[in-house]
Design a protein around this ligand. Structure first.
Ligand code: HEC
Length: 290
């Protein structure tokens, strides 16, 4: 018979977590989307806080205690899936459990390294007062590497779900939407919707409040000049803005060909790419057409 396996908070968490990851990934390339990117990060951290609590207080299959497997069990399950001998699990199977542990850990680490980057490089967020500019730059590398590893694990997770769905003739993505799977009645999980949905909303709300309270609207004149000046080493005061670490950090991806375009001419010609530079507004930035 059909029984409830994934309770609502677990499902909501799953899809929202996936959504924040996709959103953060899509907005990671350009500072024009930095605010949305940071918002996705706060939501992800709020969701993860919820999931950690839910791992102890949640429904039967959401609890970490229901899916503790060592890595050998995870790998050997993967081989069993490949050879068609894997036993079907109603809750998380050993390989899927590893996807959960890894994705939660990587999500947490990318979120935290993102906060450090934001504080150091942009002087924004809760860590702004504690992280110097250079540390923000360093953590940016870690942040990007963690996100790439996470993308890899997401890929493996999707492949595993596809393979397992096919092997056991069972639509696992649909089960993560409806919550229902085939199983014995005693294997079902109680739903406890209200309490859990409230907890989830609280976590998302906390993420959003944290975001809106900690992030000044970027783009103002004070904003850009503050960011530039805090990146300067007090022992060496550069004469040109284009010699500051912050400016260079923001512009090192721009190719030599772009700087040579007739509309640009010089690095100091800020308005070529920052149409509102005269008002002290540097977001959004648009490269002139070739
Ligand atoms: C060739 C085009 C170009 C020129 C010229 C240029 N910039 Fe930029 N600038 C960009 C781009 C593109 C970005 C966004 C980088 C990114 O998305 O990571 C940017 C980002 C910035 C930012 C960061 C905005 C933020 O808050 O995230 C500041 C500040 C900035 N530029 C200031 C300047 C100043 C000051 C000048 C002139 C001295 C200048 N830029 C000249 C292309 C340019």
């Amino acid at each position: 018979m059909k029984i409830l396996v994934w309770d609502i908070p677990t499902r909501l968490f799953h899809w929202l977590f996936a959504g924040t990851f996709v959103l953060a990934w899509l907005t990671s390339d350009s500072d024009n989307w930095l605010n949305v990117h940071v918002f996705a990060g706060y939501l992800m951290l709020g969701l993860l806080a919820f999931r950690l609590i839910w791992g102890f207080a949640g429904g039967r299959y959401a609890r970490f205690s229901s899916f503790i497997y060592n890595w050998k069990e995870g790998i050997s399950y993967l081989f069993q899936v490949l050879t068609g001998t894997a036993r079907r699990h109603v809750g998380h199977n050993p390989a899927g459990s590893w996807a959960v542990y890894l994705l939660l850990t990587l999500g947490l680490l990318s979120g935290v390294s993102g906060l450090i980057t934001l504080g150091g490089q942009e002087g924004q967020g809760p860590l702004a007062a504690w992280v110097p500019y250079w540390a923000g730059e360093a953590f940016k590398e870690a942040h990007e590497a963690l996100a790439s590893v996470m993308l890899g694990v997401v890929g493996l997770h999707l492949a595993g779900v596809a393979l397992e769905s096919w092997r056991h003739r069972e639509n696992l993505p649909r089960a993560m939407v409806t919550g229902y799977k085939e199983g014995a009645p005693e294997a079902a999980t109680p739903s406890r919707r209200l309490f859990s949905a409230l907890l989830l909303l609280l976590a998302i709300g906390a993420g959003a409040v944290w975001y809106f309270s900690g992030t000044p609207v970027s783009g103002g004149e004070h904003d850009a000049s503050h960011k530039i000046s805090r990146s300067i080493d007090p022992r060496e005061t550069p004469l040109r803005i284009t010699a500051t670490p912050y400016w260079q950090g923001k512009h090192h991806d721009i190719s030599a060909a772009v700087w040579k375009r007739p509309q640009v001419g010089s690095r100091a010609n800020c308005v070529a790419c920052h149409q509102d530079a005269e008002q002290g507004v540097f977001v959004p930035a648009r490269l002139p057409r070739a």
